[in-house]
Design a protein around this ligand. Structure first.
Ligand code: MLT
Length: 263
């Protein structure tokens, strides 16, 4: 469905009933990555999966997209849908950075967190320079150059080998991203704050899910999250890279079902 928030249009899926579960995708992705979850978990949750601004079928607006702005979009989406209950936030990678920003702004709105393939720290000086290089690459050679640079690192070697069609599907999703959106995300992530001090404030139940073969954000980052959040448990999924929910959907969904029992 399509809704208007603030002054632009957002496309989203809203599936199931009961406890609201807000899925926040990463960069340069879209809500379609949550399809294996939307198809399976509708009996336990009301799943809301938006395309963030500049992604998928949502409208692009000029960047940078700060993590605070993206969190504010998430709040506006929930308000537009009339969601009054506390929500479970499930953020993947950049979606996790947005989840931290949302938690800082609206802790009273958060029932639990699922932090997927993400990290708390800000970009290092080298990381920030890397973002600028990617911005220049996108501006000079287009979005497909970014996609070609990232795609090999997004999946576990086992996924590249066994599921080339999944890699192709994700490539299509990424190539649909607007140049404006790519710039918005890259500049927003480059300038994002360090969320490490936030970890000690998180007292809601938290599940950390990470691919054992993640080449973009190493599992050691997930261990840091577990060590920093008192109420957290960590599950490392085997033969899974950065897009573990697509690479190991059964294990990923089972982990969410088990977590749900504890809420
Ligand atoms: C993502 O998957 O959202 C991004 O790769 C995260 C990042 O670049 O820091």
């Amino acid at each position: 469905m399509r809704i208007k928030i603030r002054d632009f249009e957002i496309e989203l899926d809203d599936v199931g009933s009961r406890t609201p579960l807000l899925f926040i995708h990463g960069y340069p992705l879209a809500r379609k990555i949550w399809q294996p979850q939307l198809d399976d978990l509708w009996d336990i949750a009301r799943m809301i999966a938006p395309d963030l601004r500049g992604h998928g079928s949502s409208q692009a607006v000029p960047g940078p997209y700060s993590m605070d702005e993206l969190a504010e979009d998430c709040r506006a989406i929930l308000e537009n849908l009339g969601v009054k209950q506390r929500v479970v936030l499930c953020g993947l990678s950049m979606g996790g950075y947005v989840a931290f920003a949302f938690f800082r702004k609206y802790p009273e709105r958060v029932a639990a967190m699922i932090l997927t393939a993400t990290r708390a720290g800000a970009d290092s000086a080298e990381g920030r320079a890397g973002r600028d290089k990617m911005i220049a690459l996108a501006q000079e050679q287009g979005v497909s150059a970014i996609v070609d640079a990232m795609l090999p690192k997004l999946f576990a070697p086992a996924t590249h080998q066994a599921r080339p069609e999944l890699v192709e599907d994700v490539k299509l999703i990424m190539n649909r991203m607007s140049l404006e959106g790519v710039y918005g995300d890259l500049a927003g992530m480059r300038d994002r704050p360090d969320s490490t001090p936030t970890l000690a404030d998180i007292h809601v139940p938290t599940l950390i899910l990470h691919g054992a073969d993640d080449q973009l954000i190493p599992p050691s980052e997930a261990e840091k999250l577990r060590d920093g959040i008192k109420s957290a448990t960590l599950k490392l999924l085997p033969q899974a890279g950065h897009l573990l929910n697509l690479e190991q959907p059964k294990l990923f969904n089972e982990a969410i079902r088990d977590f749900w029992q504890t809420l």
